[in-house]
Design a protein around this ligand. Structure first.
Ligand code: FEO
Ligand code: CA
Ligand code: CA
Ligand code: CA
Length: 626
């Protein structure tokens, strides 16, 4: 298998240099392009009423009330839904709904303190503000005098947060394991959290993926001594201190000993109808529960529908959900609950370049009561354990998935893994813990590097190009690396510009493959030569990779979407200046420095860097990348 013959749009720009030390604290794009800030954390989303143009002042504490009318924290996956219009497909290129995830928060940035967050007294108000910083924003964007801007006010403007009522649907809705004291029916969850990558459906809805939800929950040492972590809690990474948010200290909902089923209500794909500001987000349990990254919907020639998803954890899995019913291209309403019924599969990559989709169906392959699966609801709530039992292939942290617009070939980023093969324990530096060599899987054909600190991109085609097929053909598109690294194991095989930690991945309408990276972002250590995080454009036919954009200091480049004509691109810059132990502003003052155009806070003293969405245009009005 050498990949499908994939049509690629022309790639006509001259790449930009890597952002190495001393780093530029801003976005650079090729000559002939402009990158301009659209909206940043705390800027008004334009809700109708008096708050339409009221922006947060970053010198003050962020409150829940202010966050409910403003752009959330740490924007991540994103999609533009065009209005009807006069362009191709009767879609507008000058008006749309921009829907963005807000993955997580940096707590100290909210409370505006100089003392360490670990030492403050937690209050419900502090928790509520951070909860409100998560979730999803919907803003209307319009081109005014040739420039894309947020429309304020707009009846579509909306915030969905970690406290917005969401409906649980599908086989796990109402299950004993999702019932709580506050919701004895097990059907209504407050909010969505850690909304990382995303997807969208051909019927015009947005899919937001709940990734590291475990980090928000905690408990006390005394409660855990009385009732230790269960195997199920361990498999999903619950821990007494969580990721240090301390929410459980002021809100019992986040204490997983007080409310042991509350974590089971997170880790889902959530479907949102952005066109109805009053719609209730729906957690689609049929798609499984794990640390969801990406939900890439692919429609077959026969209108069968599949959704491809990764579980971003070292040595976890890749999944596919095939809808029981076909897409109805004539009647939007008929697709409303398409994601509630179908078959969830997990991938096995064989050494001979073939692959198998293994069904996660109750009663089959040992997914039975004797093995701890009482029903399909339990198979889904414990998706990871079900996949463990089936012998799926453990991957090097699956992140984004995208498909070629013509061939339907699937591409997946595997961002890195330091817990495979005979990696020395001292290399397990991500969270400071070590893993016994015996607990690490060996390398395999699909994950061939033992110390995979730069990651790779894998791709496959379904047998018969049928999205519902149970077999596929795969190969590795590229092993990322640093050609100047003294260790041959780490040099990779990139043709063109080196990169590491691929994460965001997206095909444009012409078949250009865009790759975004998420590494430490300060251009030191393993990334001294590669530079800070960046966005690259790849030609799937020649495999050549060219750097298109570099980013501010200590940020991640993520989220990508364009207008239907491909001439206006939106990307997200997440957590500029990030430093959980020191001063963010010492690292970055973007975007209010004005490096990429004026912001709502320009002209004031810059008190903190802010995650923001950026619009990229070509100065001659052409297609981005061409
Ligand atoms: Fe939130 Fe796996 O990136
Ligand atoms: Ca990601
Ligand atoms: Ca990542
Ligand atoms: Ca991130």
């Amino acid at each position: 298998y050498a990949g499908s013959p994939a049509p690629t749009g022309s790639i006509g720009f001259t790449g930009v240099p890597a952002n190495v030390v001393p780093m530029t604290d801003g976005i650079t794009v090729p000559a002939g392009y402009t990158a301009r800030v659209l909206i940043a954390w705390g800027d008004a989303i334009g809700k109708t009423g008096p708050e339409a143009n009221t922006h947060w002042d970053p010198a003050t504490e962020m409150t829940a009330a202010r966050q409910l009318t403003t752009w959330g924290a740490h924007n991540d996956g994103m999609h533009l839904f065009p209005f009807p219009g006069n362009g191709a497909g009767n879609l507008a290129n000058d008006r749309g709904l921009l829907v963005s995830n807000h993955e997580y928060v940096d707590p100290a940035q909210f409370v505006n303190i100089t003392t360490p967050y670990t030492g403050i007294t937690m209050t419900k108000a502090i928790v509520d503000a951070q909860v409100a910083g998560h979730g999803v924003s919907v803003v209307e964007v319009r081109k005014v005098n040739g420039e894309m801007k947020v429309q304020r006010p707009s009846a579509f403007a909306r915030r969905i947060t970690g406290a917005t009522p969401c409906k649980l649907s599908g086989p796990a809705a109402g299950h004993a394991l999702v019932k709580t004291a506050a919701d004895p029916s097990g059907t209504t969850v407050l909010g969505t959290l850690n909304n990382c990558a995303n997807g969208y459906t051909p019927w015009g809805t947005y899919l937001t993926c709940e990734e590291n939800f475990n980090g928000y929950f905690g408990s006390t040492a005394a409660k855990l001594a009385a009732q230790p972590l269960t195997a199920h809690e361990n498999r999903y990474g619950l821990a007494a201190a969580g990721f240090g948010y301390r929410w459980h200290e002021a809100d019992a909902r986040f204490d997983f000993r007080d409310n042991p089923n509350e974590p089971n209500r997170f880790g889902w794909v959530v479907e949102i109808d952005p066109w109805n500001p009053n719609s209730v987000p729906v957690k689609r349990t049929a798609l499984g529960r794990f640390k969801h990254e990406s939900a890439e919907t692919v429609v077959g020639a026969d209108n069968k529908v599949a959704v491809y998803m990764g579980d971003d954890e070292r040595n976890d899995y890749v999944y596919k959900f095939v809808c029981a019913k076909k897409l109805d291209t004539k009647n939007r309403a008929a697709n409303r609950d398409l994601l509630d019924a179908g078959t969830l599969y997990v991938a096995k990559f064989n050494a001979d370049g073939t692959g198998t989709w293994l069904p996660l169906v109750w009663g089959q392959n040992g997914l039975t009561p004797e093995n701890g699966f009482a029903d399909q609801g339990e198979v889904l709530i414990k998706t990871r354990q079900a996949a463990d039992r089936l012998g799926a292939t453990m991957m090097d942290r699956p992140e984004w998935i995208t498909h070629h617009p013509v061939t339907r070939e699937i591409y997946l980023t595997l961002t890195n893994n330091n817990r495979r093969g005979t990696t020395p324990a001292s290399s397990n530096k991500a969270d400071g813990t070590t893993v016994a060599a015996s607990a690490r899987p060996p390398v395999d054909a699909a994950n061939p590097r033992r110390d995979n600190r730069y990651g790779h991109i894998i791709r496959w085609t379904e047998n018969g190009n049928d999205v519902a097929a149970t077999g596929f053909q795969w190969d590795i598109f590229v092993e990322c690396g640093d050609k100047l690294n003294a260790n041959a194991h780490l040099q990779g095989n990139i043709i063109g510009d080196d990169l590491g930690a691929p994460d965001g991945l997206w095909f444009d309408k012409d078949g250009r493959l865009w790759i975004q990276t998420d590494q430490v972002g300060n251009a030191t250590g393993d990334f001294a030569n590669i530079g800070g995080n960046a966005m690259f454009c790849a030609d799937p036919a020649s495999r050549r990779i060219t750097r298109f954009l570099t980013s501010p200091r200590n940020c991640e480049v993520t989220g990508i979407t364009t207008t239907p004509d491909g001439k206006t691109m939106f990307i997200n810059i997440q957590h500029p200046g990030e430093d959980w132990t020191g001063s963010f502003t010492a690292n970055s003052t973007w975007p209010d420095s004005g490096f990429n155009g004026p912001t709502t806070q320009s002209g004031k003293a810059v008190v903190k860097p802010r995650s923001a969405t950026v619009v990229i245009t070509k100065d001659d009005g052409g297609v981005i990348g061409s």
